[in-house]
Design a protein around this ligand. Structure first.
Ligand code: NAD
Ligand code: UFG
Length: 359
């Protein structure tokens, strides 16, 4: 029996595929590659030395999704597939509601049709909004403040209703805090399209010389040094959280939400310092106005995941920065250029990366 991983070619999905394969699970990936590159899947195979089936399919295409279920014996689903850019969701909300919500409904309909009722869903700390009460527990009031966040909150509610209607379902809603870092091999990592929205991809692109300087959004927050505080979590720790959640849903029915964070908050200036230490170079930055919609401070109380899933993150902020940097340094242009150059060639990918750096 296999685990279906929707969005498995993406940042968190690809790291989770590695951990699943290392744990001996059979996996099947479904991804429309709208925000990813199949080179990531090739590298998942390279890292693990294992093979798996991958479908280039869109969740909105119900026939194609059904085919994946009819062609395979699927036991459980880990559902990463979705659009995730907050700003884009404000300018194009309908695209976000259609892709994320309709996509999830279609997935659940097909699961129901095939009697597959075990689901791990990628939710987000964004469902808590910007209330500012920390640490955030799973009982903290929900109040997403943008269309992207509302897709996550609505999907959580839909999944609660699905369980209420049929108690054979078993669903884990995983609320991620701020995933950063990369696999320690430096072969897979986060590959944002265009100008990064998030702090760590931006810092690492400054470090590699792709961007001139970082803008720090606000230094007048009521925090230690005035800059925003977040709970950064290593993507591999997040991936292991999915394995723990999978084990839980395979052993008991129900629907439950879990915070996946470390419980520690770091400010923007602390992250710059940590990154400078890991890369041994200066990150130029300038202070800017606050970014609209940003909370001052956001970090998790992760005790529920520890108690009920037996999960605990183990990688510290130095490891997060070092691993981000290894990925960025070896792949300054992400997957795209490397995979183009590497096509039909035995020339080592690392060598291409070195060439990009020196050119
Ligand atoms: P990502 O964009 O790298 O991965 C998402 C994947 O889903 C991509 O490969 C994309 O091609 C695919 N996809 C999107 N719509 C699809 C569709 N209709 N059909 C098939 N495939 C589709 O993002 P990520 O950072 O790996 O995030 C994974 C999940 O975790 C997302 O649901 C995201 O909202 C959620 N999340 C991410 C963060 C974060 O900061 N990265 C934080 C909280 C929650
Ligand atoms: N920041 C900067 N400069 C930048 C980018 C970010 O100063 O160029 C600051 C922000 O103001 C914030 C902190 O760095 O104080 C972290 O910002 P990110 O954009 O990296 O992360 P957010 O916490 O704002 O949001 C992210 C995702 C959301 C998700 C949320 C919780 O973008 O989708 O984490 O999981 F909902």
């Amino acid at each position: 029996m296999a685990i279906l991983v929707t969005g498995g070619a993406g940042y968190i999905g690809s790291h989770t595929c590695v951990e699943l394969l290392n744990e001996g699970y059979e996996i099947i990936v479904l991804d429309n590659l709208s925000n990813s590159n199949d080179e990531a899947l090739r590298r998942v195979k390279e890292i693990t030395g294992k093979q798996f089936k991958a479908y280039t399919a869109d969740l909105l295409d119900k026939k194609h999704v059904s085919d994946v279920f009819s062609e395979n014996k699927i036991d459980s689903v880990i559902h990463f597939a979705g659009l995730k850019a907050v700003g884009e969701s404000v300018s194009d909300p309908l695209r976000y509601f259609k892709n994320n919500i309709t996509g999830t409904i279609i997935l659940c309909e097909v699961m129901q049709q095939y009697g597959v009722k075990k689901l791990v869903f990628s939710s987000s700390a964004t469902v808590y909004g910007a209330s500012g009460n920390v640490p955030i527990t799973e009982e903290t009031h929900l109040g997403a403040t943008n269309p992207y966040g509302r897709t996550k909150q609505m999907i959580e509610e839909i999944l609660q209703d699905v369980y209420r209607s049929d108690q054979e379902w078993s669903i884990a809603l995983l609320r991620y805090f701020n995933p950063i870092g990369a696999h320690k091999t430096g072969r897979i990592g986060e590959d944002p399209n265009g100008i990064p929205n998030n702090l760590l991809p931006y810092i690492s692109q400054v470090a590699v010389g792709k961007r001139q300087q970082l803008q720090v959004f606000g230094n007048d927050y009521p925090t230690r040094d005035g800059t925003g505080v977040r709970d950064y979590i290593h993507v591999v720790d997040l991936a292991t959280g999915h394995i723990k959640a999978l084990k839980k849903i395979q052993s008991a029915n129900g629907v439950d939400a879990y915070n996946l964070g470390t419980g520690k908050g770091y400010s923007v200036l602390e992250m710059i310092n940590a990154f400078e230490k890991a890369t041994n170079q200066k990150i130029p930055y300038r202070m800017e106005e606050r970014r609209p919609g940003d909370a001052a401070i956001c970090y998790a109380n992760p005790l529920k995941a520890k108690k009920q899933l037996g999960w605990q993150p183990i990688r510290d902020i130095d490891a997060m920065c070092e691993d981000t940097w290894r990925w960025q340094y070896n792949n300054p242009n992400g997957y795209e250029k490397v995979s183009e150059l590497n096509k039909d060639s035995n020339y080592p990918v690392q060598q291409h990366a070195a060439d990009f750096l020196s050119s």
